[in-house]
Design a protein around this ligand. Structure first.
Ligand code: GDP
Length: 174
């Protein structure tokens, strides 16, 4: 049985919990009040392989990845970095988080600056009030060697399931 540990990072309000809950339950939970760090467990089967998925969803509002992750940054095998396409400041924060992940993993005992990361532009349903163009997300992902996907936790399960499955496969091959 493989263990896969993922961490979700991004600005408060970007929709991290909504994205994760959508993946785990297929449902959209409109208001998800959490003021504690949460660790979710799920057993999955991907490509016929059983695995234990653990996902860390921190409640911290710090912009420092090392402060957000109470566990060392090298606890995670992969990262999902979420921003809100209708909030430019969350995109700027995502940029900083991506840089910090790459730097921290270069310095960590794992020494794997190429740790799998997925950049997620959430709230695609709010594209009429979009502040971040899709090509900006794609360029940032290219620069930082991430997969990129725009999603709407409010409206769709399929894209979110796809991005988690892809990331988990990448982790298992890493
Ligand atoms: P977190 O702080 O990053 O975990 O963000 P939450 O998951 O708590 O979501 C913050 C707010 O954004 C909540 O009111 C959610 O209902 C809302 N939200 C999350 N995802 C979406 C989405 O895809 N579209 C819209 N319109 N609202 C969303």
């Amino acid at each position: 049985m493989n263990d896969v540990k993922l961490a979700l990072l991004g600005s408060q309000g970007a929709g991290k919990s909504a994205v994760l809950v959508r993946f785990l339950t297929r449902r959209f939970i409109g208001e998800y009040a959490s003021n504690a760090n949460s660790l979710y467990h799920k057993r999955l089967s991907i490509d016929g392989r059983q695995l234990n998925l653990e996902v860390f969803d921190p409640c911290s509002q710090s912009s420092e990845v090392r402060c957000i992750l109470e566990e060392p940054v090298d606890w995670a095998d992969g990262f999902v970095v979420v921003y809100n396409i209708s909030d430019r400041s969350s995109f700027i924060n995502a940029k900083s988080i991506l840089r910090q992940i790459r730097e921290a993993r270069t310095d960590s005992c794992k020494g794997d600056s190429d740790v799998p990361v997925c950049l997620v532009g959430n709230k695609q349903d709010l594209c009429h009030v979009r502040q971040v163009r899709e090509d900006e997300g794609r360029s940032l992902a290219q620069e930082t060697r991430c997969h990129f996907q725009e999603v709407s936790a409010a409206e769709s399960y399929q894209d979110i399931a796809g991005l988690f499955t892809r990331l988990i496969r990448q982790v298992m091959e890493h």
